[in-house]
Structures are given as C-alpha cells and as structure tokens.
Design a protein around this ligand. Structure first.
Ligand code: ADP
Length: 303
C-alpha cells in the first residue's frame, strides 16, 4: 500500500500489513491515544518488534515533534524506551521506538481490588521518581504524569523495569543559561485532569513540583484503588475537591516515610529544585522497615 491509500478522517492512519518507509511492517493497532495511534510493527531491518506512534498531519495539536526532541535528549538513559526513528509524509507524522509491555493503568485495573499491594506500590513509586528525576535532569518537565504513561518492559531482562512514555506535553523549564525560565502569568491547562496538580487547575506555569504532585496522586490511587474525584468529570469541581481535601488522610495506607515526602513536596515552589535523593531515601527506608525485597514478585507476576 502507498500513501495514496484512501482513508477517512476518523479511520486508522495505518492498517496491518502496511509498510512505513520500506522498513516497519505494521502488525496490529495497540491503541488510539489522546493525540494519535500506537501500532505494533516488525522492523524488517533488525527483525525486532517495535512500536510506531502516529499523529495525523491535519491535526492542529502537533506533539510528536516535542516527543522526538525529548526522546533524543533522553537517549540511552535508564527507564526510557529506545528511539529508533521518526519521519513524516503528507498524511501523518510518526515515531518508532522500542516496544514496551503493559501500562500501569491497565495493570492496576486488572487487579482483583483494582489496587496494588503495598510492596508493589512502594517499589513502583521508587522507579517512577527515578523516571521523573531523569527527565528533570535534562531540563524538561513531563507535565502528564499518569499511570498509562508508564509501562513495564517487554523482554525478560526489562519486564521488572518501569519505563516512562509520552513526552508530547513536555516543556523545557530551564533557559539557555541554565536558569529556571520566568513563569508565564497564565498558562493553558495541560495534562490529565485526574492527576493534575492544583497549580495546573489554576492555570499556573507548572514546575518540577507539579510532576511530583501527579506522582503523589498516582501512588494514592495505586494503593487505594481510586481517588475521591474518580467519578467527577468537571475540571473545576475536581480542582475544588483537590483544594478542599486533606492530603494527609491519603497517607493512611502508606508507610510513615511518605509523610516526609508529602511535606517536602508541599514546601516546593516553582523555582525550587526537588530533593529527589531525599524522596528516594525515604522510599528506601520504608522498603527496609517493611521488610520488602526488591526482587520480590510484583503483584502481576504472582500466580
Ligand atoms: P498518547 O499521547 O496518544 O496518549 P501514549 O504515548 O500515551 O499516547 O500511549 C498510549 C498508550 O499506548 C500507552 O498507555 C501504552 O499502553 C501504549 N504505548 C505507547 N507507547 C508504547 C510503546 N513504545 N510500547 C508499547 N505500548 C506503548
């Protein structure tokens, strides 16, 4: 098939069997994301199975360019998928990357109670902080931290590692001199309402601490199986609920070390650099105190 193939605006950008750039043969559609579609494909050059993420050329929200820029910056770092290629034609832009396993949203929802055990929650929370630290270290905020943007690996040697995905909403927070950029007075809402920080609801310029707030909401959902605003749709009402709720009561199911983490996140402002190592140490202490072993099976690995 070639690029002249008929397609409807609402149909898939690619079909099984189609070959992209004479190299990647599409095998199946993995999902339609917020901005585009994700496909599984065979790399005819290396025989590897890969993921192809596409975005329609006629969509105004072009995010793949940012995704490519950030993935290139993160190349070779732990917790990041391999960047294999990118390109565009008159119908769509695409990015080819290593194929990952299930995302953490699907993994949680496939649990009998819809929640992870304490051991799995704590160990995931550790790896996710490492992911967030990694992107912040190259000068970018993620701005859409949520469970479906993290996966486990697909191969025997990566299946216990958490990978961070989807850099389409990332933003550089440092300028060319290496200083934190001057915050805009008002910024448009970015991200996903359920996990958005209060600052995001208030349309404030987001900083590194806002990625950590989203991490916090994620962890609470992992351990409890839900967040109090799960059933609400309205962004303003969810924002009000986040403003009024007592964050400390979320810690009930988490080890006491997470209070120190919450206190630290609460103290951070836009310009402050989070103390990632302090957060990682707090999590490590809770791991030791609770007698958790890093090599224990994750919930989904148990029979
Ligand atoms: P969007 O920005 O369009 O939402 P994402 O990058 O967030 O797209 O991907 C949506 C979903 O597709 C993810 O939750 C994940 O399950 C799947 N996915 C994305 N990239 C990969 C990949 N490289 N390997 C396997 N699955 C992926």
């Amino acid at each position: 098939m070639d690029d002249e193939e008929m397609f409807s605006e609402f149909g898939d950008l690619l079909q099984s069997g189609q070959i992209v750039k004479e190299r990647w043969r599409i095998t199946k559609k993995l999902g339609g994301g917020g901005f585009g579609e994700i496909y599984e494909a065979i790399d005819l050059l290396t025989k590897e199975t890969v993921a192809v993420k596409t975005e329609s050329a006629i969509d105004n929200r072009q995010v793949l360019k940012m995704e490519v820029a950030v993935l290139k910056k993160l190349k070779g770092k732990p917790h990041i998928c391999k960047f294999i290629g990118c390109g565009k034609n008159d119908r769509f832009n695409y990015i080819v990357m290593s194929l990952q396993g299930m995302n953490l949203s699907d993994l949680r929802r496939s649990r009998p109670r819809g929640a992870f055990s304490l051991s799995t929650t704590i160990r995931l929370s550790y790896q996710i902080i490492q992911c967030i630290k990694t992107i912040h270290e190259v000068g970018f905020l993620h701005r859409d931290i949520k469970p479906s943007n993290f996966t486990i690996g697909k191969t025997p040697d990566t299946k216990r590692t958490v990978y961070m995905l989807d850099f389409g909403l990332a933003r550089q927070y440092i300028n060319s001199q290496g200083n934190v950029r001057t915050p805009r007075i008002e910024a448009g809402f970015r991200g996903t309402v359920r996990y958005a920080s209060l600052n995001a609801h208030k349309l404030k310029e987001l900083g590194r601490h806002d990625d950590l707030w989203s991490w916090f909401y994620m962890i609470v959902e992992f351990i409890s199986g839900s967040l109090p605003w799960k059933k609400l749709k309205d962004k303003e009402r969810i924002g009000l609920m986040k403003e009024r709720c007592d964050n400390w009561k979320f810690l009930k199911l988490l080890p006491s070390e997470y209070s120190d983490i919450l206190r630290h996140i609460q103290e951070l402002g836009y310009f402050d650099e989070p103390d990632y190592d302090f957060i990682l140490e707090c999590i490590q202490s809770s791991i030791h105190r609770k007698g958790i072993n890093m090599s224990d099976p994750f919930d989904w690995e148990r029979p």
